[in-house]
Design a protein around this ligand. Structure first.
Ligand code: PEP
Ligand code: MN
Length: 345
């Protein structure tokens, strides 16, 4: 950490800052320049908080040297992490293919979609059983019945499954059925929920909040990692923009921006990012070209009858075509897609 003192800092004030640092068991290096005096702090930055130092009148600026998301940072872990969801790998050269409907609606619906996306190139099945809806009058999901259907369909087609958790009270229930918990955009900063899923060992798909910066996203990942769960996959799913042309603003630059400072895999979700069928394919490919470790897409066998997000759901044949293009791009970048698993039922 580096403390830059104000130009008018007196010797007495400088001495006060030095004393504060040394009282914490850290070493302070004073450097007096012509215009500014700077103090370098050597030792564990965790022992010292930025805010109280900034409150000292002689202090102009406090500059941490290490990022506050220690466990998520590339410094902590220089090699990219590979996260395994069942047999499917994400990161470190592996691209995961997550697909499925917004919500689990029925056994027949999941069977039609599960079979089609498995043939189309997906290796993980998604589907919401507890849906976070803007309106309390919209379809809220099938709950435990939905979890059972999701699990059975995943087993039938050899695909691990992911579903969203919206309430820490559902941890044990959902844990029983899924291979990965999804934390949705609306809950990215639900710190109680992050802490609870961090106490499990299941992989967590952490979606970026609509108004969250890349650093906010990494701080939320840090909540999970700090509880002992290292299996976090980040997801760029669009942030709030000002232009209603797209549902959200697809921040494709967030993918390489995260990779520059973190070892965690990051995937893209062009379905929620754009909300537009005509834009989803090019944004999915742009995500892969930007280095994404996976593509998360909503697919429905009959979008016009979908109980949620039908307007942004690809039909199976559209998914298969796009998945083929994604595969070509993945090969071009010398990466791999884990094969679909064996049926277990
Ligand atoms: C979803 O994946 O269906 C979902 C609700 O996503 P998000 O949290 O990104 O809006
Ligand atoms: Mn959705």
């Amino acid at each position: 950490m580096i403390i830059i003192l104000r130009a008018d800092a007196t010797d007495e004030q400088i001495e006060h800052v030095l004393e504060r640092i040394e009282r914490l068991g850290l070493t302070a290096h004073l450097s007096r320049g012509t215009y500014r005096t700077v103090i370098g702090i050597i030792g564990d930055e965790a022992k010292i908080a930025v805010a109280p130092l900034q409150a000292i009148p002689a202090v102009a600026q406090v500059v941490p040297v290490l990022p506050p998301f220690k466990l998520a940072s590339a410094e902590a872990h220089p090699k990219p992490s590979i996260i395994e969801v069942g047999h499917v790998k994400f990161g470190g050269g592996y691209v995961g293919m997550i697909a499925g409907p917004c919500a689990v609606e029925s056994r027949e619906q999941m069977d039609a979609i599960g079979s089609a996306i498995r043939d189309g190139g997906a290796n993980i099945l998604r589907g919401g059983a507890f849906k976070p809806r803007t309106s309390p009058y919209s379809f809220q999901g099938l709950g435990e019945d939905g979890l059972k259907i999701l699990r059975d369909t995943g087993n039938k087609y050899g695909m691990p499954v992911v579903t969203e958790i919206i309430d820490p009270r559902h941890i044990d229930l959902i844990h029983e059925y899924v291979d990965m918990f999804q934390i949705g955009a609306r809950n990215m900063q639900n710190f109680v929920l992050l802490t609870e899923v961090g106490r499990t060992t299941k992989p967590i798909l952490l979606k970026r909040g609509m108004s969250a910066t890349v650093k906010d996203l990494l701080m939320s990942a840090e909540y999970i990692l700090s509880q002992g769960n290292p299996n976090v996959i980040l997801c760029e799913r669009g942030i709030k923009g000002f232009d209603p042309e797209t549902r959200n603003l697809f921040d494709v630059a967030a993918v390489p921006a995260v990779k520059a400072i973190s070892h965690l895999p990051i995937i893209v979700d062009p379905s929620h990012a754009t909300g537009r069928l005509d834009l989803i394919p090019c944004c999915a490919l742009a995500g892969v070209a930007a280095g994404s470790d996976g593509v998360h897409l909503e697919v429905h066998h009959c979008p016009e009858e979908a109980l949620s997000d039908g307007q942004q759901s690809l039909r199976p044949e559209q998914y298969a075509q796009l998945a083929g293009q994604i595969r070509d791009l993945v090969t071009l970048f010398d990466k791999k897609i884990s094969p679909v698993g064996e049926a277990s039922q």
